[in-house]
Design a protein around this ligand. Structure first.
Ligand SMILES: O=C(O)CCC(=O)C(=O)O
Ligand SMILES: [Fe+2]
Length: 508
């Protein structure tokens, strides 16, 4: 018997917590801190809550390196079976991440070489930084100052299973996986002291990457050293695992008139405060949300009815009233001008402060992630000073609209552009909201999920009010390559969804 604990969420407040057993039993305490009530829980119950990443049971000390790496558990355990009883399927999808490291002090452009001239621009990168894109084995890329492949400094050929590529004209060990063919040979003596230090960090990181790969079987996409994610992570130990959260951020069931929806500056909710706009909300004092693990690797949870239809309609009305949709760009914002046919949808951004309903949705998200709501907005000096910045760790809601035929081909939501930063701020969580029912198509597909049943992707059907949560950072701080996902083409009807990205340890 596992007992799953729904965890309180409004910090400093007493709210009831329901403990649930898989057999259907449940047990209510006045709060998670009510130790005497907890002591009375039936014996042999494992209480569960989102854990700090650094406590993940699958972190293992690497030999002779001071680093605890995440080793994915045996896939059989995803089915609650003994290790060794199941084998993972191979994937029909053969795409992969491509991270391209610029190990020179010069700004370079990355081009995809389709075989036809000129190359297709895919991003610019400063000296000793990296950029990336989703790619396929046998694809060719080059780093250069111009789009002419003959003038390239470094040319890459993507190989199956190798995601990290580097342009290093200063050394020449041809055997290294990921090494680009470099037209020029340079001497490290040309590098300034500071550049030499950056260069050496990258060499060390590549060395670390080899050891990490030998130890875990996965490629290291970060810059060693990186701390484990600061914010908590829900466990996804087996398919169908559930976590229950009780939140005071109840749902709107009636559309308030616009004059009741002013811009706000979000503040902490205090004990005894009435919930705003109560008359338009569900009469219950709390809302129960179930997170259901639909994939263990990558970690993906579905939350049905996370927002009400009234709330979904509110977001759509707000979008149509006050926002203009633009052709979507790709990447994590580091290349805002990038526009291509991998993403054919339209989008715009909605801020938490725009209405009390959007604010409630952010608070609800904070509650299910077990984060303090203040992390998802501009903070006062005494609110989580340990984070080191006052800015929100969340982005505004990115609204996306697809017409029939529109799609977003398989990609990662994280980037590689903050590598020289000591904390390597990185997108770590996405909470997707589906805002309407799509007649046909438009699934969010995770083609690389580890499973023992199908070579196909995990396709999540867009359903009005449903949320999908996935974690892009592994508990050891590596980016999870398996979170690669696509928005499949809408076949019939239209699709409205939004992305809510959260960063770790803070937004870069
Ligand atoms: O539309 C979807 O289902 C996913 C969208 C997505 O992956 C993105 O916008 O980054
Ligand atoms: Fe995405």
């Amino acid at each position: 018997f596992f007992f799953l604990r729904s965890t309180p969420t409004v910090y400093g407040n007493l709210i009831p917590v329901r403990y649930e057993g898989i057999g259907g039993d449940s047990f209510v305490c006045n709060s998670a801190e009510d130790d005497s009530c907890r002591a009375e829980l039936p014996q042999n119950i494992t209480l569960e809550e989102a854990v700090p990443a650094s406590n993940d049971p699958n972190l293992k000390e690497m030999p002779s390196i001071n680093f605890r790496a995440y080793v994915r558990p045996d896939i059989s355990t995803f089915y609650n079976e003994e290790p060794g009883s199941r084998q993972p399927t191979s994937h029909a999808f053969n795409g992969q991440a491509g991270k391209f490291i610029n190990m020179t002090p010069n700004r370079l452009n990355l081009y995809w070489d389709s075989g036809r001239r000129p190359g297709h621009f895919s991003g610019s990168v400063n000296g000793f930084e990296a950029t990336g894109t989703a790619t396929f084995p046998s694809h060719r890329f080059f780093y250069g100052k111009t789009d002419d492949p003959d003038e390239a400094l470094c040319s890459f050929l993507v190989k199956e299973g190798t995601s990290v590529y580097f342009c290093d004209p200063y050394s020449d060990d041809q055997g290294e996986p990921g090494r680009a063919f470099s037209r020029e040979k340079r001497d490290v003596k040309e590098l300034s002291e500071r550049d030499l230090e950056f260069y050496q960090r990258h060499r060390d990181n590549l060395e670390f990457g080899k050891a990490y790969r030998d130890f875990t079987g996965s490629e290291w996409l970060g810059m060693y050293p990186r701390d484990p994610p600061r914010h908590k992570i829900w466990q996804a130990d087996f398919f169908g695992q559930e976590h229950h959260v009780v939140t005071k951020e109840t749902q709107f069931i009636e559309q308030p008139p616009w004059e009741d929806l002013p811009r706000i500056s979000p503040k902490p909710r205090n004990e005894g405060d009435d919930i705003p706009l109560k008359q338009y909300r569900s009469p219950e004092s709390t809302l129960n949300i179930t997170l259901r693990a639909v994939s263990c690797a990558p970690r993906i949870f579905e939350m049905r009815n996370f927002i009400s239809h009234v709330e979904a309609d509110h977001i759509l009305m707000l979008t149509n009233r006050t926002h203009e949709l633009h052709r979507s760009s790709t990447g994590d914002g580091s290349n805002p001008s990038e526009r291509d046919n991998t993403r054919t949808s339209l989008n715009t951004w909605i801020y938490r402060e725009e209405t009390p309903i959007i604010d409630t949705i952010y608070r609800r998200v904070a509650d299910v992630l077990q984060l303090d709501e203040s992390l998802l907005r501009y903070r006062q000096y005494d609110e989580h000073p340990e984070i080191g910045t006052k800015g929100s760790i969340a982005e505004p809601l990115q609204m996306v609209h697809y017409d029939p035929g529109q799609e977003y081909t398989a990609h990662h939501d994280f980037g590689y552009n903050q590598m020289s930063h000591p904390n390597q701020p990185s997108r770590s969580i996405n909470v997707l909201l589906y805002l309407n029912d799509v007649e046909q198509g438009g699934e969010t597909s995770f083609p690389r999920w580890l499973n023992a049943e199908t070579t196909g992707g995990l396709d999540v059907k867009p359903e009005k009010g449903k949320a999908v949560l996935f974690y892009m950072l592994l508990p050891d701080g590596n980016s999870d390559d398996l979170t690669q996902h696509a928005a499949l083409p809408v076949i019939k009807g239209e699709k409205w969804m939004s992305n809510l990205w959260i960063w770790d340890p803070y937004k870069g």
